[in-house]
Design a protein around this ligand. Structure first.
Ligand code: SAM
Length: 251
């Protein structure tokens, strides 16, 4: 919901955003054609939700993000073979001069913050023959999910903040646009998706929301209203997460 990823948001991100599960990462690595000798670039890496699970499938990861707090969270994981770089989508051509050809470029839940056409073209230009580019989304966002407790969370958010309809690039129209952009680069494109159910609790939900809201928005009255709404739901809170990967290979 917010473009401000600094400070508390980054701290909550490290704690309340899930890594891509290991079995999904293994499938994604195979679809990317990732080899153990390859270098991978994770653009908009956050605190490493794709970097960490893909690292076992390659020689090393260059993890790029414009938010220092996110890179601190990634460095705190102490992953050998990961270089955290302060940079953005617009740095891809310069990074390419230093690093190309790469085995893979991945973008997780971040492309909607960038110039999508320019970024995908620049990323495609960095790939070795046979290399792959993946755009991964986990969606819809928690507050747009269909479970009754998620509808309640959305109701509270909209009461306090107004409409919260942005899909963060996880909707069908965004998917179709990205497939078209990648095909226009002459890449071979496939789309995969994985579902996973996660049991969560009120602390996790509010922590996750804090990672999506800027600064101190999630305080006082709003936090209390969310906790009250969630307390009204009997039984476990189950979040169904749909992960979608658009994978494009250079032939
Ligand atoms: C929602 S987080 C996604 C983090 C992680 N990749 C994931 O899958 O959860 C979006 C990330 O994109 C970064 N970002 C925002 N604008 C960017 C840009 N122009 N270029 C690269 N990264 C950007 C943010 O700093 C943030 O870390």
């Amino acid at each position: 919901m917010s473009a401000d990823f600094a400070g508390e948001t980054a701290r909550l991100y490290a704690r309340y955003r899930r890594d891509l599960p290991a079995d999904h990462a293994e499938e994604l690595a195979a679809q990317l054609g990732l080899a153990p000798t390859d270098q991978l670039l994770d653009l908009g890496c956050g605190t490493g939700q794709l970097t960490a699970p893909l690292l076992p499938h390659c020689a090393g990861v260059v993890a790029v993000d414009p938010e220092p707090g996110m890179l601190t969270g990634l460095r705190d994981r102490g992953l050998p073979g990961v270089v955290a770089v302060l940079g953005a989508d617009t740095d891809l051509p310069q990074l390419g001069r230093l690093l190309a050809p790469l085995g893979a470029v991945v973008v997780g839940n971040a492309l909607h913050w960038m110039d999508e056409a320019a970024t995908l073209a620049a990323a495609a230009a960095l790939l070795r023959p046979g290399g792959g580019l993946a755009v991964v989304t986990q969606g819809p966002p928690l507050w747009l999910g269909p479970a009754p407790w998620q509808l309640a969370v959305r109701g509270v958010l909209e009461e306090h903040l107004g409409p919260v309809t942005a899909t963060c690039g996880s909707d069908a129209a965004a998917l179709a646009t990205r497939v078209g952009l990648l095909e226009s680069q002459g890449l071979a494109v496939q789309v995969s998706s994985w579902r996973a159910d996660h049991v969560v609790d009120a602390a996790w939900v509010t922590g996750h929301l804090g990672s999506a809201l800027s600064g101190d928005v999630l305080t006082g009255e709003l936090r209390t209203a969310l906790e009250t709404a969630l307390a009204g739901h009997a039984g476990p809170l189950v979040e169904q997460v749909l992960t979608t990967a658009v994978v494009a290979r250079r032939t």
